[in-house]
Ligand binder design. Sequence first.
Ligand code: GLP
Length: 270
Amino acid sequence: MRISVFRDSVNADRVGASILLKEIREKLNPKLGLATGSSPVGIYRQLAELYRRNHFSFKHVSSFNLDEYVGLSEDHPQSYAAFMREHLFQHLDIEPRNIHIPNGIAESAEEECIRYEKLLQEAGPLDIQLLGIGLNGHIGFNEPGKNLSSETHLVTLTEETRRANARWFLLDGQTPRQAITMGVGPIMKAKKVLLIAQGEEKSSIIQEAFLGPITTHCPASLLQLHPNLLVLLDEAAASRLIDDSQPSFRIYVNKRIDFLYEPDLRELVQ
Ligand code: GLP
């Protein structure tokens, strides 16, 4: 595991976009696991900008989103399908047939989970999985609990998650109660995992997830076991990783924490 901390989130976004771009440029048919929420928006903005300036193509890229709200169609403005269109897909030449997102209005949500899981298994390991992190440590919509599922499943959102996500909906009662989410299997099997978080609000859960014990009560903590995990943070999100009593002691056992402040993009973007 490697944690890189930047002075501000734009620098973290630039590095995140460059890492995705590297996959897109170097792989024949890159398979990207994509995330929603405010955390990856800056990376998507950078990718759209890089596309606009350099015109590298996304035609050979396949994308697999983590999750979708049950009851929201792809045209609903708060659906994750609409989010992905708005923040990324409409700006690029990705082929619509290569975009995969669970269908929130499938007649049977259970069958939709089976369909999505089959799709993921047939695709094989994702080349890279982009993740945000929920305030309770969820990844995708894999909520904390006694168990975690490795496969795509229907999930009842915790009140905490509904409260956190209510900001996207006009009225409180409109926040969906259920979602379809990729399980932790494809996330852990992805060749690389890139988790991004910004702001003071995320500092406690970042500390818990990456310096705390590995537990299903904090799903993101499982990522400590991933062989190729990079966590990109701004200073505020990383504020609890610094041991104030020993400001110079910044390397924790088995964890490499780089305080980069200014990213060096030379190796990443040509
Ligand atoms: C939602 C998504 C997660 C995301 C989380 C954090 O619950 N299902 O994939 O990581 O929100 O959102 P934000 O980045 O807005 O804090």
